[in-house]
Design a protein around this ligand. Structure first.
Ligand SMILES: Nc1ncnc2c1ncn2[C@@H]1O[C@H](COP(=O)(O)OP(=O)(O)OP(=O)(O)O)[C@@H](O)[C@H]1O
Length: 295
C-alpha cells in the first residue's frame, strides 16, 4: 500500500559493503539516515568514491543494502518503481542509436501505456525541435535530455539522477538544468548526485554532502556555503598608494583600521564559494566524526 503522507525517501542506517579487489572490504555507504520530503530538490554532493552512486542505486532498488532500510513513498523502491512513482536518469544505460528522439520516447511511452505524454515530455526536456533526429546524431547533452524525457514518461513523483551532466560542456549543462528547473517548478521531487559544486549551488535547495560513505553535512545549500565560507572582499586601492613595490604599507595598515574614509573604489563583496565549504567539510570529515544529518 502506498502511504500518501510518507516522505518521498526515508532511509535508516543504510549500509552497503563491497568486496575489494585485494580481498578486503570496502564500505561504500555507512549509517545513512535521510528523509526527503515531497517537492524537495536535493543534491548529493561528494568526491569520487563518496558513495553517491551506491546510495542512488539503493534508492532505486538496483542494489540491496547490507543493513538498514530504504522506503520510497512508504514502500520498497522496487514497488515505487513498478507503480511509476519514481524513475531515474542514470549515467550509463543504452539508447538505441537507430531510433529518432521521438521514436525512442514513443516506444517507452507505449510500454507504460502513456502515449498521451509523448509531446509533453519532449517539450519538458526541450527536445521538440530535435524530435526527428536520430539518437546517434544527438550530442551527449541531448542524449541525457532524452533520458530525462524518458524518465518523465510515467509522470513520476520522484526523479533520481546520477551525475546527469557528466561529460557535458558548460552550454549543454546549462540547457539540461534549464529543462530540469522548468519541470521541478511543477512540484516533482528531485534528487541528484553530482561532482559539480556549481550545480548543487544553482539548482538544489538542499545539499547532502557525502564523504567516505557517510553524510557529513545535510542542510540548505545556502547554509552549507554560509557556515563554512564567510565572505570575500576585494577592492581597487587609490592609484596614489599603488607603487612599484606594491601597496603602501602604511596605507594598508590604515585600511585594516577603517575602510570607509580611504577612498576605496570598486568594492566587490561576494558570497563564499561552495567550493570552500566543500573542501572544509570533506577535510573535516576525514578527521572527525560525521556532523550528521540536520533533518
Ligand atoms: N561493485 C562494486 N565492487 C566493489 N567496490 C565498489 C563497487 N561499487 C562501488 N564500489 C566502491 O564503493 C565506494 C563508493 O562508490 P560509489 O560509486 O558509490 O561512489 P560515488 O560517490 O558515486 O563516486 P563517483 O563520483 O566516482 O561516481 C568506492 O570506493 C567504490 O570503489
Amino acid at each position: 500500500m502506498t502511504d500518501t503522507h510518507a516522505p518521498a525517501i526515508r532511509t535508516s542506517g543504510l549500509r552497503k559493503t563491497f568486496r575489494a579487489a585485494d580481498g578486503g572490504t570496502v564500505v561504500a555507504v555507512d549509517a545513512v539516515d535521510l528523509v526527503v520530503q515531497p517537492g524537495e530538490i536535493v543534491a548529493f554532493l561528494g568526491p569520487n568514491g563518496a558513495g553517491k552512486t551506491t546510495t542512488v542505486d539503493m534508492l532505486l532498488g538496483l542494489t540491496r543494502p547490507d543493513a538498514g532500510t530504504v522506503e520510497v513513498f512508504g514502500t520498497s523502491p522496487a514497488e515505487a518503481v513498478r507503480a511509476g512513482r519514481v524513475s531515474a536518469v542514470m549515467q550509463t544505460g543504452g539508447l538505441l542509436n537507430d531510433f529518432t528522439v521521438e521514436e525512442t520516447v514513443r516506444a517507452i511511452a507505449a510500454l507504460h501505456g502513456r502515449t498521451d505524454r509523448v509531446e509533453l515530455v519532449l517539450e519538458r526536456a526541450r527536445l521538440t525541435d530535435l524530435a526527428p533526429r536520430r539518437v546517434e546524431a544527438c550530442s551527449g547533452g541531448e542524449q541525457q535530455r532524452l533520458k530525462f524525457a524518458l524518465a518523465l514518461v510515467p509522470d513520476p513523483d520522484l526523479v533520481v539522477l546520477d551525475e546527469p551532466t557528466t561529460g557535458m560542456d558548460v552550454g549543454a549543462r546549462q540547457e539540461f538544468w534549464r529543462a530540469m528547473r522548468a519541470d521541478a517548478a511543477l512540484g516533482r521531487t528531485i534528487v541528484f548526485a553530482t561532482h559539480y559544486l556549481a550545480e548543487a549551488d544553482a539548482f538544489a535547495e538542499r545539499t547532502v554532502l557525502m564523504n567516505h560513505g557517510r553524510i557529513v553535512h545535510d542542510a540548505a545549500t545556502t547554509d552549507v556555503r554560509a557556515a563554512y565560507g564567510g565572505r570575500t572582499l576585494t577592492f581597487r586601492p587609490p592609484a596614489a598608494v599603488d607603487g612599484t613595490d606594491g601597496i603602501d604599507a602604511d596605507w594598508l595598515a590604515r585600511v585594516r583600521r577603517a575602510l570607509a574614509p580611504l577612498g576605496v573604489t570598486d568594492v566587490d563583496v561576494s558570497a563564499a564559494s561552495l567550493e570552500a565549504a566543500f573542501l572544509a567539510l570533506t577535510a573535516e570529515a576525514s578527521t572527525t566524526e560525521p556532523i550528521g544529518a540536520a533533518r
